[in-house]
Design a protein around this ligand. Sequence first.
Ligand SMILES: Cc1ncc(COP(=O)(O)O)c(C=O)c1O
Ligand SMILES: N[C@@H](CCOP(=O)(O)O)C(=O)O
Length: 459
Amino acid sequence: LRLRGPATTFSAWYEPFPPASDGDPNERYSLDEVVYRSTSGGLLDVRHDMDALARFPGSYWRDLFDSRVGRTTWPYGSGVWSKKEFVLPEIDSDHIVSLFEGNSNLFWAERLGREHLGGMNDLWVKQCGISHTGSFKDLGMTALVSQVNRLRRAPLSRPINGVGCASTGDTSAALSAYCAAAGIPAIVFLPADRISLQQLIQPIANGATVLSLDTDFDGCMRLIREVTAELPIYLANSLNSLRLEGQKTAAIEILQQFNWQVPDWVIIPGGNLGNIYAFYKGFEMCRALGLVDRVPRLVCAQAANANPLYRYFKSGYTDFQSLVAGTTFASAIQIGDPVSIDRAVVALKATDGIVEEATEEELMDATALADLTGMFACPHTGVALAALFKLRDQGIIGTNDRTVVVSTAHGLKFTQSKIDYHDKNIKDMLCQYANPPISVKPDFGSVMDVLQKKLNGKI
Ligand SMILES: Cc1ncc(COP(=O)(O)O)c(C=O)c1O
Ligand SMILES: N[C@@H](CCOP(=O)(O)O)C(=O)O
């Protein structure tokens, strides 16, 4: 019975983001409406009835959420739906489309911190990529596809024929899997030759309609917005604030995994910039409702080849310029015109946050070093790790600061860059941590020869 939570009714709705200063203060929409923009054309945000939630003390919510971890009672075993009252409080559990996402490992990066980051002893990696489709997108997609499922079913019976997204490969994989689980058609717009083979095969295998377009992610994004305005296709990108309600649970999970202690820093790789805001929302909601007493400082890490937020930060947030993103090994964040730029700035300003960037060599070296201490990091995680190295060098992050690096995808989705790195096959890159395989003749003498040299540090 405890797992079911309080009998009180909670609710949530869409409001303009940021709250309109000159617009209609009463502008709000039911989550059952199909709407992605405010009347002024701005973003929307999901707002919760915080007064109703605040009728219960923080300790109540902590205990309730803790009681649901690892259970199979539908749908609370999911890391997202274990926080249902904070996500989509009104959805019927029968409408939820869940693959038991979340509850991801918080890895103590003990050796990386001690040996490579000046004796850091409280460094953690939140493994959001160890998930059903191999990225944190599952957290958002369970929320969004569940709501679509509710809209399509009686009594609402909305004429939604499919769900669509533009993608650098992870959103499309998550959308396709959740839609396939629910029997809802998925349509994905992918930038041709810019996503990994492992990412490409995911929507194909899950039966999505896959359009490979000869443009970049920003071009795909523009097209999907036009198409979803014309056709009864529901938009699944993080422009749609429903996604962020699921994604924010990763932040709550981190607090929970630290027994409701707040880390000092959380470093998040950023592309379209929904996730940094989702983390802020999760932390801030827990602070506002008394589950914790403060929020961590956030760092957004960008690839130097796709760094519009970094440049904006460096200008003191005075001059935002979108750009044509250059090629990066962190291909899922190769984005020059991020939809959630304004959300990211709110998150960073509210947490005394920082933006850092990483060159291709820095991100690949950071990835390789992490791997050498037992991880198998994706290049986006490498961007976040490289930012950590820089902030440690600058003395901004201290030796004893409790720091969490958010790993956003599984390294197995991005093996080609690792192969090229360890082959030392990347132009203008030293690949200083390369560990290429050694070809040896299949005889005892040759094998012994090689092993003796290796053991004596000669190769
Ligand atoms: C693996 C990975 N890491 C990081 C990001 C960045 O997330 P966001 O677009 O919410 O900034 C994305 C997607 O953009 C991603 O797929
Ligand atoms: N990395 C993303 C880019 C789109 O981001 P979204 O969060 O707005 O869907 C992807 O994998 O497609």
